[in-house]
Design a protein around this ligand. Structure first.
Ligand code: NCD
Length: 320
């Protein structure tokens, strides 16, 4: 078995072969998801708990659908009404849930490292659905699948990641994944939105869109993470859009067949022009959402196989 991980905490811990294993299996789940009957029994009898300590629409919905299509019993823990609000610590919440014998725990948390900590306290498989500015592994995997399906490969591409890189776990996980797969990465952002230590990633750095987008195969836009900003990172949204917002004119510097990506939620007219985001000839934003469900199914399938092997149970088949 190529995929050996017990948890999916970050791209950092995955080998290139494991990344390819997830993408290959996810391709098969894309086919399943396009059928009228989208049912598999890979997680039948298993319990999946989604714990989102931060607002989420697409990621939570995507994990929920993924689990249900694989036949798991899925529970969404409503953190807003939970005992966390009464002062319970993350560890106590984790131990309480652990006592209910879940098999898969999907966690999003505003603090970097919180999901890793939690994983060390429970005996089920933990999937990181985004922790602070640290990692968002399923997002990077779904982005990789979207790129691979559009470009036919996930190596030797020039990928421009633009915008609020400093606060973005999406950027961080993508940087690690694209680096492992030997792509050329350009980061384009105002100096205030470049993360500290960015030089260690071996990317080319730009603070000008025209220069940074030159010859790019993939243009990945990021949301301005206002909730993680505590002061003046940008002069104004208007000024930011003028210099760093992606529109058709700026995109003309990239390759003629360059694809446009955005993890969502989008601020139209701030980091991306609304018309361009909707242009099905350039934008793959909707494909990213579709790939998200398939990638999460693949990740949970692979983790469940390892869980069964750990527990000495017979593995069930994947797709028939
Ligand atoms: C991202 C996130 O939460 O990190 N969204 C997502 O998962 N689709 C990016 C963002 O919030 O900007």
């Amino acid at each position: 078995m190529i995929f050996r991980a017990r948890h999916l905490l970050g791209i950092e811990q995955l080998s290139p072969q494991e990344i390819v294993a997830v993408l290959d299996l996810a391709d098969r789940y894309v086919d399943l998801n396009r059928r009228t009957v989208k049912q598999s029994d890979v997680l039948a009898g298993m319990t999946q708990i989604n714990m989102f300590f931060e607002a989420s629409t697409r990621t939570q919905a995507s994990f929920e659908l993924a689990g249900k299509r694989l036949g798991a019993d899925v529970m969404n823990m409503s953190v807003a009404q939970s005992s966390v609000k009464k002062g319970e610590t993350l560890i106590d919440t984790a131990l309480t849930l652990n006592a209910m014998h879940p098999d898969l725990l999907v966690v999003r948390h505003p603090s970097s490292g919180a999901v890793n900590l939690l994983a060390s306290k429970v005996n089920c498989a933990v999937l990181n659905a985004g922790d602070g500015r640290h990692e968002h592994p399923t997002q990077a995997l779904l982005d990789a699948l979207t790129i691979r399906r559009a470009k036919g490969r996930i190596q030797r591409l020039t990928v421009a990641i633009c915008g609020d890189i400093a606060h973005s776990r999406v950027a961080r996980s993508n940087l690690i994944l694209l680096g492992k797969m030997e792509n050329r990465i350009r980061l384009i952002a105002p100096p205030t939105l470049m993360p500290p230590g960015v030089d260690d990633f071996g990317c080319e750095l730009f603070d000008d869109m025209a220069a940074g987008l030159e010859g790019a195969d993939v243009v990945m836009m990021l949301r301005l993470q206002k909730e993680r900003m505590d002061g003046g990172f940008i002069p104004s949204e208007r000024e930011y859009y003028h210099r760093f917002g992606l529109d058709a004119e700026k995109l003309a510097h990239a390759k003629p067949d360059a694809i446009v990506m955005h993890p969502g939620p989008m601020n139209r007219g701030v980091e991306i022009d609304g018309e361009l985001a909707d242009d099905i000839n350039r934008s793959v934003i909707q494909e990213q959402v579709e790939m998200g469900v398939a990638v999460r199914m693949a990740c949970m399938d692979l983790l469940a196989r390892n869980l069964r092997a750990d527990r000495g149970m017979k593995a069930t088949g994947v797709l028939v």
